[in-house]
Design a protein around this ligand. Sequence first.
Ligand code: FAD
Ligand code: NAP
Ligand code: SF4
Length: 673
Amino acid sequence: MTTPYPKMLEPLNLGFTTLKNRVLMGSMHTGLEEAKQGFDKLAEFYAQRAKGGVGLIVTGGISPNVRGRLAPFACQLSYPWQVAKHKKVTDAVHREGGKICMQILHAGRYGYHPLSVAPSAIKAPITPFKPKAMSERQIRTTIRHYARAAKLAKKAGYDGVEIMGSEGYLINQFICRRTNQRDDDWGGSFENRSRFPREIVRAVRAAVGEDFIIVYRLSMLDLVEDGNTLDEVVALGKGVEQDGATIINTGIGWHEARVPTIVTSVPRGAFRWITARLKQELKVPVVATNRINTPEVAEDILGREEADMVSMARPFLADAEFVNKAAAGKADRINTCIACNQACLDHVFENKRATCLVNPLAAYETELVMTPATTKKKVAVVGAGPAGLSFSCFAAERGHEVHLFDRADNIGGQFNFAKQVPGKEEFHETIRYFKNRLADAGVHVHLASEQTVASLQQGGFDSVVIATGVVPRKLDIEGADLPHVYGYLDVLRDHKPVGKKVAVIGAGGIGFDVSEYLTTEQSPTLNSDHWHKVWGIDQGYEHRGALAQPIAEPSPREVVLMQRKETKVGAGLGKTSGWVHRNTLRHKGVKMLNSVNYERIVPEGIEITRNGKRELVAADHIIVCAGQLPLRELEQPLRDAGIDVHRIGGADVAAELDAKRAIRQGAELAATI
Ligand code: FAD
Ligand code: NAP
Ligand code: SF4
């Protein structure tokens, strides 16, 4: 049999060791690093990814000293007594035939604590703490701390270390004029600014010897003002190569950059072009990264020799078996990361454990465990939205006889509307994944099959799971029944014609999505060059940080997006993605109004009061995106008939419902039923 992805699956010989393929699992902080018994859980988390076939794993960032921690109690490796817990991880990975590097990350001015240090005392826009400028002595000691961490990592059994030199952390802060205003040997000229990373690589190499992997994560595009030039990036890459780096990994954009780099609206493989340029200049293997989430994209990048390896991080939260499935010719069975950030990065920023919206078992491998069912049941699941899909697959895989019903003629529930929003094309993948998984798990799927209390009673089921979702909330004001008042389903499901002037009521996730839908003619996500222009990324790299003036993108409609709350419009959106949605709509000229009181709807638009003034928002159509109510009228009659009934997803609680909760709740019920 020919290998389906020959380039991706080709071994990589590093001289002293060989990686079994070209796939690197990128560094991700899970929160287990600091949790009680977290390293036992981490060991299983990484072991499953190693078993799943990944060529090289990189751990979440571990600080080389106290001041370098990201948060006050963040993980650090500085003392021999800290080695034992790391050994649990390396042993587990090696048992599965994998290789693993520990990332050394000094946060510098991104440290969320008062002990943070940086080359110069300049506060980052994303933390409240102003760092202290490092003394020369501190710089020297910090370099030794990197070397000490690497030596301890070797003792702990790691196959190598990754030196985190991108994303705006300490090393990046030294390299760029933006954050380095020193006038000693560590600042000023590029040679001086790059002294810190180069001495770190040399010190680490000296500490660990030759037969140890050193990955250097190089910031290829800073995407901030006063970032580096391409020449400087190339010079640094060549420098660290000489100093002893084995592999050069890519970093795209500082955390404070106002250009999206990983959210779902970033085109797949958007930044491959910069790795391709660097690869021409360097001898060591170069890794491409960001928004690579399918074996096809990985293979294409490697096949065109734009990189020697590909890094994927979140795709391994979504599916530990990514590589094995690809190798077995079952890429259509991969649970694709949809780049939503909702359960991974957003959790990290909220100090919660990272997991995955589409795979709630991620980082819960030892806690949310699916064992074979002891008593096999015949279960009806009403509703094939995310909650019903998740439950059905897990329950059938445990051995139950599962019948999944939906009145629609397709599975996916509301994901069928989400996938139409420009920039949310990835949502198609989740529906594709579940369709195949239902078939593999042997779920009996009944589409175009509206269920009633009578039909369910006649089915002879041991249990019924109500996963019927939600109904949109209707407005209760004068004029709400006028013909130019639409719900979001009229727009996204029924594609009713919408006029040039639109007022959107409700600025939650759906209000934002509908506004994006109505103001976009062609999704920039599907045209990478255009997307770069929209966000002002200079592929010619003529300016520092590769920033250019964003192009104007005319909107086909004038949209006013409103909410009653006094808070900033969009404040409730995801921490790591909300700003992208807000900027996109601002760019389209969408007017965002808070503190709105809806008075009445009239043929010319909607009358509102705001700041004590009554005004007319002129509109051809008013689109109501005012949240939802649970749909569960089947539940009580079934209970009354003595049937064992459970409810999940929107049918359970509609307020603050999202697919993350729906899918997790489905999995949790399936684990116990
Ligand atoms: P639903 O998805 O509503 O599924 C319920 C299913 O039950 C439907 O298919 C329905 O046809 C079926 N059904 C109902 N009654 C019956 C019956 N009597 N018989 C048979 N079948 C029945 N969430 C996120 O987390 N991230 C996002 O980015 C996101 N974007 C969104 C964008 C849009 C435009 C929309 C509309 C939603 C978005 N959501 C998002 C929300 C997410 O889709 C929902 O939270 C999720 O779909 C809820 O899952 P559910 O299974 O509970 O219900
Ligand atoms: P939502 O986030 O709860 O927003 C509902 C909006 O309606 C709010 O702006 C609310 O603001 C307004 N509202 C509530 N009751 C109202 C009433 N009686 N009259 C007028 N306005 C009212 O819900 P949603 O937008 O429907 O989204 C549903 C779920 O899908 C959300 O929980 C969200 O997490 C998920 N989703 C997520 C994304 C994403 O990108 N992550 C995208 C889409 C959807 P005021 O009360 O201030 O007016
Ligand atoms: Fe990908 Fe979303 Fe899962 Fe994070 S939560 S790994 S972005 S699918």
